[in-house]
Design a protein around this ligand. Structure first.
Ligand SMILES: Cc1ncc(C[n+]2csc(CCOP(=O)(O)OP(=O)(O)O)c2C)c(N)n1
Length: 585
């Protein structure tokens, strides 16, 4: 038996491969991104980046309807975007097995909110599995596909950051090719007009009852009897690892792997045999509330925090009263290092210009450019969800106008985010005649999640050439009359474009500030800039760019040659001509 040391995400990809999945779709989002990146490496599986999670799920639903085994993956907030097809998919069911992976981010390492997507399972009436390590992550994909086909239902597989990104040993198997199931026309199953949906609602109820019986037998829902039966702990996912690390076999544990529908009888049996029960779970009292509703007395959230990630240290403190001397951080003495835009980031100059503009508001979106909210750039006012910048700016502008004001409203959105959900917002601004200034900061990639391709980059998920959507053509086709394209590194051009757009009164303007991300291989700027000490007045105006290559030394500024990319933006900002390209003079 071959073994490998895999992350949860790599193991999920391996599980898809071994289980004969032939269609995979996703939109990137931490901590889920590497699932599709790894699936794309298998030539046997068709893999694609979709423009957003709703499209990804719908495409996977189509592949499943055709009879293929399909997988779709996304981060927790991605499931909000995909919620519309999700809820009705529970009614239609599947043909080939369909797994929906939702990767949650307790503690918000890389997210705008903290969301416990286990709640989606009972809400959408879809069964759910929760792996607690990489071996289970791989195995549960096979289990989920089997369950999906057996019960004619999509299945949710929910991970969290620590399962997605931690490595553990996985036994590898061979690919078991899956025969395409034949598709036969059946509108009563696949076309959810009310008359058909009403009937499917009843079969959905029967399916959930059957799934609950299945959950009682599901071998990965298991009791591990400890040395004593005074204390029993019910847990799932990564929390199972924390419980084992802290208590070993001191206590008895009911490990739930199928967390919807719950195996009520198994839980009841366990409860009868232990004296006191604790529910150890991250985020919401999801298990706790359901177990309490069964009439079983448990302790949970009165002891264990419902905000942020859990850890063995937190459990030790809350359940054993043992305080960790070092606190919860292994290196509490280290200063915190907030994230910053990279040296050479093309977004930096745009924010430098925006800070000078007297706009009533600059609504932003989600991407690397969100960092423009922080000092020293501080040019952004809002961040809500992907695609919200243009629509929020539109609403802001209309509200100002209703109050008799004509102040400037600027919006900022990335290229991947524009294609994800910004297009419809811009359509709204055109349709409803909003005089907003909309800047698409186009760095030709989905940088924030690690450089994934999107429909505008000219390449697909397998790095093969693909048709590239033209952002300017899309904007013009939507009816935007004022579309300008500028080089993000050219501060004068950016400033002129913004000022011109601010004077336009015939609907929304779009400025596409374009420059590839400086970290894209072979696409970044070249050269090196240095400070001419004799010309430097030590005014430190260049530090307002917040470029990590610019450092204070002996009261003046020094450009670290190891970090400088040669983007030239600092040289444009220096009014004394003290920053020069090395080799130019
Ligand atoms: C619904 C949803 N899906 C995915 C994400 C993760 N995510 C945040 S920003 C982003 C895209 C960033 O790309 P782009 O807009 O091009 O900006 P860049 O980071 O390249 O500057 C992604 C995928 C999210 N926050 N919300």
């Amino acid at each position: 038996m071959k073994k490998a040391f895999l992350t949860g995400n790599e193991a999920i990809a391996r599980g898809a491969y071994e289980s004969g999945v032939s269609f995979a779709s996703a939109y990137p989002g931490t901590p889920s991104t590497e699932i599709l990146e790894n699936i794309a490496k298998y030539p046997e599986i068709y893999a694609e980046w979709a423009p957003n999670e709703k499209v990804a799920l719908e495409a996977a639903a189509g592949a499943s309807m055709a009879g293929a085994r399909a997988i779709v993956s996304m981060k927790h907030v991605g499931l909000n975007v995909a919620a519309d097809p999700l809820f009705t998919l529970a009614y239609t069911g599947v043909n080939g097995g369909l797994v929906i992976v939702t990767a949650d981010d307790p503690g918000m390492h890389s997210s705008q909110n903290e969301q416990d997507n286990r709640n989606f399972a009972p809400f959408a009436k879809i069964p759910m599995l929760e792996p607690s390590d990489s071996q289970e992550a791989k195995d549960f994909i096979g289990e989920a596909l089997k369950m999906s086909e057996m019960f004619d239902t999509p299945v949710l597989l929910r991970t969290t950051t620590r399962v997605s990104h931690s490595r553990s040993i996985v036994e590898l198997g061979k690919r078991a090719p899956h025969e395409m199931r034949p598709y036969s026309k059946n509108p009563a199953k696949y076309a959810m007009i009310p008359a058909f949906a009403k009937k499917r609602r009843w079969s959905l109820k029967e399916r959930l009852e059957a799934l609950e019986r299945y959950s009682e037998q599901f071998p990965f829902n298991k009791i591990e009897w400890g040395k004593n039966r005074e204390v029993g702990i019910i847990t799932s996912g990564v929390c199972y690892q924390y419980v084992k690390e802290v208590f070993g076999d001191e206590v008895s544990v009911l490990k739930l792997s199928m967390t919807f529908p719950l195996p009520k009888k198994l839980i009841g049996d366990f409860a009868e045999k232990v004296k006191e029960i604790y529910v150890v779970e991250e985020l919401d009292p999801y298990l706790e509330n359901q177990i309490k509703a069964m009439g079983i007395k448990v302790k949970g959230k009165e002891l264990i925090p419902e905000i942020g990630e859990l850890s063995p240290e937190i459990l030790r403190e809350k359940l054993k009263g043992e305080k960790s001397a070092a606190g919860f951080s292994p290196y509490p003495q280290l200063p915190s290092r907030p994230p910053v835009l990279c040296p050479g980031c093309p977004h930096r100059g745009v924010f430098y210009v925006l800070k000078k503009m007297k706009a009533a508001v600059v609504t932003s979106d989600i991407g690397c450019y969100s960092l423009g909210v922080l000092p020293p750039l501080e040019s952004l006012d809002s961040l809500l969800c992907m695609g919200a910048s243009i629509s929020m700016g539109h609403g802001f502008k209309k509200a100002l106008e209703a109050g008799g004001k004509d102040d400037i409203v600027i919006t900022v959105i990335g290229d991947s985010t524009f294609l994800h959900s910004g297009i419809t917002s811009l359509m709204d601004a055109v349709y409803n005649r909003s005089n907003t200034v909309n800047i698409i900061v186009d760095n030709s990639t989905t940088a924030m999640t690690g450089h994934q391709h999107h429909p505008g980059t000219g390449y697909n998920a397998k790095e093969e050439p693909a048709p590239a959507v033209s952002l300017e053509a899309v904007c013009r086709a939507l009816g935007v009359e004022n579309v300008a394209v500028v080089d993000s590194y050219d501060l004068r051009a950016v400033e002129k474009a913004v000022k011109d757009a601010m004077n336009c009164k015939n609907g929304p303007s779009v400025i596409i500030a374009r420059r590839p991300c400086a970290l894209l291989k072979g696409k970044g700027p070249t050269g090196l800039y240095a400070v001419k000490e004799e010309k430097c007045r030590k005014c430190k105006a260049c530090l307002r760019l917040g470029c990590p290559a610019l450092q204070v030394k002996d009261g003046g500024v020094f450009i670290n040659p190891l970090s400088c990319t040669g983007c030239s933006v600092c040289a444009q900002v220096c009014t004394f001509g003290a920053i020069k390209k090395v080799g130019d003079e």
